[in-house]
Design a protein around this ligand. Sequence first.
Ligand code: G
Ligand code: G
Ligand code: NA
Ligand code: MN
Length: 249
Amino acid sequence: HPVASDLGQAITADAIDLLFQPQYAAAGNALSGAEALARWHHPVHGSLAGDALVAIAQSSGLARRLTRHIVRGALGVAADWPAHLRLSLNVTAADLLDRTYVDDLLALVADSGVAAERLTLEITEHALVADLDRSAERLALLAEAGIRIALDDFGAGFCNFHYLKVLPLDALKLDRSMVQGVAHDRRDLAILRAIVAMARTLELRIIAEGIETPAQRDVAAREGCDLWQGFLGGRPMTSAAFADHISAC
Ligand code: G
Ligand code: G
Ligand code: NA
Ligand code: MN
């Protein structure tokens, strides 16, 4: 696959872009950190988003290399932030099922000087289906090291409540489809309330994603979400732009 060999070269040439999208505390709207999002601008095929990039990497045996490259790069950026700011990284099934992932990640974290307690791993539900027991085991090792685990895209599609029983979760990250209507649709609001109530009982934090309007943010905060992320606060931005954002906050 020609794109795959280009990807290998792009990793070597450090041509994978890392963008950072800010996350905020719902109470008071203080900046709390950022999610790292990978992009690759392919000279012919244009901009490839994180999930397309990861799919190409997986089909061409480059997943481990790409993951290490992204994690190392994002940790290097976060090492320059004030220590109260957190970094969120995305994790795939292939990452978790790679037997070297846990040791590699912990070694990269140790090398970076970023405390493990400042990290959140965002894992999507469909990433867990392949081998739930093994995924749970590995996430438990990472949680023991102080890393927080968030279930990403919660409410979009799979939504298996069994995961809430067996994974060492710190947070649910509500998919933007769960957040979109909360300021004007009674059903959407009822669903948000039910999830927040469940999360409280399970002692899980809630991150509301895809917040685009002040009304959505205000409802999320009022209903008890802990954190929010979305275009209202900032689009995914370069590390330099995020550094300016930190100064401006
Ligand atoms: O930012 P964007 O809409 O392109 O992200 C699309 C998807 O790609 C998101 O669901 C995100 O979780 C995923 N993604 C972005 N960056 C990474 C990454 O570095 N690793 C993994 N595994 N997924 C990523
Ligand atoms: O699945 P994941 O949450 O990792 O995907 C993050 C993606 O969602 C990013 O690519 C980002 O561009 C997109 N995104 C983030 N905030 C918003 C938002 O407020 N509105 C919309 N439409 N997309 C968003
Ligand atoms: Na994510
Ligand atoms: Mn998401």
